[in-house]
Design a protein. Sequence first.
Length: 272
Amino acid sequence: MRTLRLTKADVPEGSIIAVLSDVHIPSHDEVALRLAVECCEAAGVTHVILNGDIADCGPASRHEGKRRRATLDEGSLMESIEPGRWLYKWARTRPSILLLGNHEGWVERLIDESPELKGTPTTTLMGLPADGDGWDVLPSGSRIRLGSRCWEHGDGMFKSGSGGQNPGNRIKTLAPDQTTSVGHLHRKFATFWSTPDEEGIQRTRGAYGNGHLSNPAAHEDYAGTYMNWQQSFEITRVWYDGDRPRFTTDQPEIHRDKRGRPVFEYQGRVYR
């Protein structure tokens, strides 16, 4: 497992981090996604974390039925990403990190199992810039850490299922001394607790679950029609107490108007 450790030099005072996960291009919600990006721009986002399953990667799926359907409907892996390629380009207009999720992990697996592809970067097969070419690209199962704050996709914590009644409690059990943001479950949640730090001072820790930005209908074949899913994303503001980073996190939730169109409010502005 790779951990990318960020510092104050990477994320200075006043930075604003946008975290988007589970977009599942090309099965994404284009309108909701563009509204989320519009909100990030208005909020003055300085850094972007694309936190896994940004691409659905159906043509590389480990599930044979899904792979066949995706190849017929979407074409090659590169072609399947084309409808949402603009999101990657937007993220790269500022310091950004692409953390691969379990769906991009299918591409990693394809590379590992194909002698002719050995050593090929995952991003090459996806038609994206490589790690170090204007952004950081982390393999599936990786983590990003700034102080006691950690971002990861979440598939390592939740190997199967929807996370149960209280996924925040599982994160608390696995990582009690940090605050963790995950995607993967397509659910919005926030759970908090307090633990003493190395100096015995009580610190609030937490678990944030960020929802998806995909089209739920595309997942009905395995998730059914009664999904306990929410559409949301994360905006985290960073400030410092000495050299210790502190965080203020918002999770704008995307609702639906009476016509089923996405709508949400953030900082007094309604996006529709």
